[in-house]
Design a protein around this ligand. Sequence first.
Ligand code: FES
Length: 115
Amino acid sequence: MFNYTTFDESKIEYSEIAPVSELPNGERLFVEVGDKPIVIFNIAGQFFAIRDICTHDDGPLGDGDLEGLNIVCPRHGGEFDVQTGKAVQTPAVVDIPAYPVQVRDGNIFVGIPKE
Ligand code: FES
């Protein structure tokens, strides 16, 4: 389980995703980095990235509603903190990978652990 709050920068590789202008406040962006489906959120000007597949039963997590900084899985209602990936509401009990996001020169980058 990768969680950017405890990550070792030397083990991360950043991939350029898109210009910041493509992810306005309140929107989300679905991308694949390598073989990883990831959803990136702009919440009040802060960017967060998590895996787009729920740990409970593979639900399309990124399609869920946001409640503050939590995303609610549309399949069974499990919730995750988008800042950390922590599962905060059953039936989801396993945390989801959360990835560091950086903005450099007007572009969004997501950090993925090196294989
Ligand atoms: S698949 Fe997400 S809560 Fe069940």
